[in-house]
Design a protein around this ligand. Structure first.
Ligand code: NAD
Ligand code: WQD
Length: 343
């Protein structure tokens, strides 16, 4: 069977994608420098799939180490490139770290892939490239304009998309699928793998589950005076397992569809916008746990509302994110309880 190289595969989305790839019969080699994940994730993956993926603890920016991985595994037919630094606030504080890591890794990876004639890459991009779309572009499809990035992190996604396009323009053998994720949430239903934020969570759902677990006294809701029905911001929260399955579809398509274009872009979301207050309410309904919260001022740089038009992914990839939100929220709580040893 074909082997997929998953960079950043012990991370949040990479680990869930590795599980789905293995369950569909792919062999997987993970490369990860464990800068934002733990080696124990491999045990979680094995507990679900019955076997451990191959693993190399290396930095994707290191040409020699990456080259060795391709020398070791001659059957790699495609790469899913998750490895990146992803904290928006930190990227404002340490822009050079973000540009070096996120851009250097992709360049090195493309160089090594070319050397080994591996011609398929799936790249993790983000809805952040759209900024705040005009009302005429909501929900957002793939033709909506890219807007100036609001952070160095967001800029690395835009630059990386351009690097891929430029390289594909000159190397007609290179095929790329750019996946723009909306807001991934939740954990594997087994609670063997999930999201492990470092320090105080910046993202909404990990803060909610940590508040539910008693680690945080209360959630701060950043603003209720936006131009939305309840005044809080709206996002498209997508279940990480649904998102992971989209990667398997993308790989299947790269390997088997004759009609594919050289570079394809897909928005991965549910197509439904949910407000912060609605998410809190749904979490309480799904788990029976009350979330203490207060409304505070807006968070700088926040987008008011954005959600996906996932029609292209639905039709071309034959994929749909359809797990009910309460099931998704319950999965996040099950995971939080497991890692905090709560009954
Ligand atoms: P994550 O931090 O959990 O996973 C990323 C993994 O990459 C980590 O395990 C980390 O150790 C590893 N890594 C980082 N730099 C590396 C390097 N130079 N060499 C080797 N390994 C390296 O993040 P995630 O949430 O799973 O995100 C995966 C990808 O999806 C990232 O590219 C991220 O920017 C993108 N993305 C994430 C979200 C989100 O909200 N989680 C949304 C849109 C896009
Ligand atoms: C969601 C909503 C907050 C925390 C970020 C990145 C983006 C993308 C996904 C990668 C917002 C509100 C949050 C809290 C709150 N990642 N909130 N209290 O802002 O959509 O995007 O992650 O590409 O690039 O910027 O996600 O989870 O941080 O926030 O009220 O304690 O929850 O204001 O409306 P966001 P988020």
């Amino acid at each position: 069977m074909a082997r997929i190289l998953v960079t950043g595969g012990t991370g949040y989305i990479g680990s869930h994608t590795t599980v789905e790839l293995m369950q569909q019969g792919y062999d997987v080699t993970i490369v990860d420098n464990l800068s934002n994940s733990s080696i124990d994730v491999l045990d979680g993956i094995a507990a679900i799939t019955g076997r451990k993926p191959e693993f190399a603890n290396i930095d994707c920016g290191n040409f020699v180490d990456l080259d060795n991985v391709f020398n070791t595994y001659h059957d790699i037919v495609g790469v899913i490139h998750f490895a990146a630094s992803k904290a928006v606030g930190e990227s404002v504080e340490k822009p050079l770290l973000y540009y070096r890591n996120n851009i250097g890794s992709l360049i090195t990876l493309l160089e090594v892939m070319k050397r080994h004639q591996v011609q398929n890459i799936v790249f993790s991009s983000s809805c952040t490239v759209y900024g705040q779309p005009d009302s005429e572009h909501l929900p957002v499809d793939e033709t909506a304009p890219i807007q100036p990035a609001l952070s160095p992190y967001g800029n690395t996604k835009q630059i990386n998309e351009e690097i891929i396009r430029d390289e594909a323009h000159t190397d007609k053998d290179l095929h790329a699928t750019i996946l723009r994720y909306f807001n991934p949430i939740g954990a594997h239903p087994s609670a063997q793998i999930g999201e492990l934020p470092n320090g105080v969570p910046q993202n909404l759902l990990p803060f909610v589950t940590q508040t539910a677990a008693g680690l945080r006294p209360e959630l701060k809701v950043f603003g209720n005076d936006y131009n939305t029905p309840d005044g809080s911001c709206i996002r498209d929260y997508i279940y990480v397992v649904d998102l992971a399955k989209a990667h398997v579809k993308a790989i299947d398509r790269m390997l088997h569809a004759a009609d594919r274009e050289q570079v394809e872009v897909f928005n991965l979301g549910t197509g439904n916008g949910l407000s912060v207050l609605e998410l809190i309410h749904d979490f309480e309904e799904a788990t029976g746990v009350k979330i203490p919260y207060t409304i505070v001022g807006r968070r700088e740089g926040d987008i008011e509302q954005v959600w996906a038009a996932p029609k292209k992914a639905n039709e071309v990839l034959g994929w749909k994110a359809d797990t009910p939100i309460r099931e998704v929220l319950a999965s996040a709580w099950k995971w939080e309880k497991r890692i905090r040893h709560i009954q």
